[in-house]
Design a protein around this ligand. Structure first.
Ligand code: FAD
Length: 416
């Protein structure tokens, strides 16, 4: 068959969901156009390590064209999709249009500041390479500035690091930052008393990593406290002017640094679409991940909202996006053959969060682990999941170096 007569599948987003669907359609009788505004796939679970100066961006990002070098039925286009016409079936890409027979929307998410405008303006966050490097530059600059600041109050504000959000990312950032201070900065900023430095983790509710079992939530709190992280519960942030954090209960903390990890909402392009919506701007899909009025359109990953059998919304996790990518690829193959669509059911592979050196919590095969064993599982799994043998090796060597020599290798302040 002439390849131009094959059904055209357009995939928006080369993240976890889009990449999985594209790979799964490798031998299907379709031609695929994969679109992303970046020319790389980003491994977001390790992005916080860029922000805390442990890894460089090229170790957590991989060029899309390299990934699909040998996939003959796929073309990659780098560009930002600004809109989609569901009735005419095309996406608008940088002044041109691309028509589709099937569309997979896998555009992911962006930070959600829940209406706290001053936090949106002044806080740091970790969602893409740019924001991670900006955070790294700021964190490292705070130590440089504090090292020549004579005013004790100003110095303490520079060395107070506040993290908003007690989910897995907040916990990871807090643990890693506390270690950066106690293991690395302590040795290199001899003119500073790093005991002045504080890491505060704010959680609006009354538990860390709320979706984890109780024993792991308690273990996480203990592990963080052992690393001198101060955890504040029922601490809902209302304002951050760049110099002071204010909480709903009246508490004020003088600080130059707020790192926001408290929430994610659907990507901008997703929010602009005419579709049924649930919380955080995500598109409500049917069980087969299709749009009700446009069954040729599938929405997956962080952009999609779907509930499990218990009525709980599926979490915004890479594991959900990957499993959904596989299912929609199969469903497109079924649609081409005129077969029925299969509903999506999430198979929970377990939960895992690291809190720093030798410290993590995990729930796998119905068992809970915390401490060193969980940390080993975390290291093994993340090395396995990074794309590219070279990246795996480099990350492993970097981590081994940091582990044995108590060092973070990438302490560069680069101007934007
Ligand atoms: C700091 C951090 C840590 C995390 N840690 C974990 C973890 O430990 N475990 C876990 O399972 N999950 C983790 N997650 C969540 C996980 O990364 C997401 O759930 C997952 O990436 C969602 O996959 P996706 O395919 O829906 O979107 P993404 O992977 O976000 O991919 C979306 C893609 O769409 C592209 N895109 C968006 N808009 C446009 C547009 N208009 N035009 C063109 N391209 C566009 C983006 O460039 C991106 O490449 C973490 C997330 C963050 C931010």
């Amino acid at each position: 068959m002439n390849s131009h007569t094959l059904p055209h599948v357009v995939i928006l987003g080369a993240g976890f969901g889009g990449l999985t669907a594209a790979k799964k359609l490798k031998n299907a009788p379709v031609r695929i156009t994969l679109i992303d505004k970046n020319n790389y796939h980003l491994f977001q679970p390790l992005l916080y390590q860029v922000a805390i100066a442990a890894l460089v961006p090229s170790q957590v990002a991989f060029p899309v064209r390299t990934i699909f070098r040998s996939q003959k039925n796929l073309t990659f286009q780098m560009g930002e999709v600004k809109g989609i016409d569901f009735d005419a079936r095309y996406v608008k890409l940088d002044g041109s249009v691309i028509a589709y027979d099937y569309l997979i929307l896998a555009a992911g998410g962006r930070m959600n500041f829940f209406g706290v405008e001053t936090a949106e303006r002044n806080a740091f966050y970790i969602k893409d390479i740019k924001s991670a490097i900006r955070t790294r530059n700021h964190l490292l600059s705070m130590f440089e500035r504090a090292s020549r600041e004579a005013d004790a109050d100003k110095r303490r504000a520079m060395l107070t690091f506040v993290i908003a959000g007690g989910g897995p990312t907040g916990v990871e950032v807090a643990g890693a930052l506390a270690e950066l201070i106690s293991h690395v900065m302590r040795k290199e900023y001899r003119e500073l008393d790093v005991r002045e430095a504080r890491v505060l983790l704010l959680e609006a509710g009354n538990a860390l990593i709320a979706s984890y079992p109780d024993e792991l939530r308690k273990a996480t709190l203990k592990l963080l406290q052992k690393k001198n992280v101060e955890v504040l519960f029922n601490a809902r942030l209302t304002d951050f002017n760049g110099q002071r954090v204010a909480l709903a209960n009246g508490t004020k903390v003088e600080t130059n640094t707020l790192i926001w990890t408290a929430g994610v909402q659907a990507a901008e392009v997703i929010e602009s679409l005419e579709a049924e919506r649930a919380g955080s701007g995500r598109v409500r899909t049917g069980a087969t991940l299709q749009l009700r009025d446009h069954p040729e359109v599938y929405v997956i990953g962080d952009a999609a909202y779907l509930e499990d059998e218990k009525g709980q919304s599926l979490p915004m996790l890479s594991t959900v996006a990957i499993q959904q990518g596989n299912v929609v690829a199969d469903n497109i193959k079924h649609a081409i053959k005129g077969q029925a669509q299969h509903p999506f059911r999430y198979k929970d592979p377990g939960l895992l969060a690291t809190i720093g050196r030798n410290a993590a919590v995990a729930r796998i095969w119905g068992l809970s682990f915390s401490g060193f064993i969980a940390w080993l599982i975390w290291v093994g799994l993340h090395i396995y999941r990074i794309i590219g043998i070279r990246n795996r090796l480099v990350v492993l060597i970097n981590w081994a170096w940091d582990y044995f020599f108590y060092d973070n290798q990438v302490r560069l302040i680069t101007r934007e």
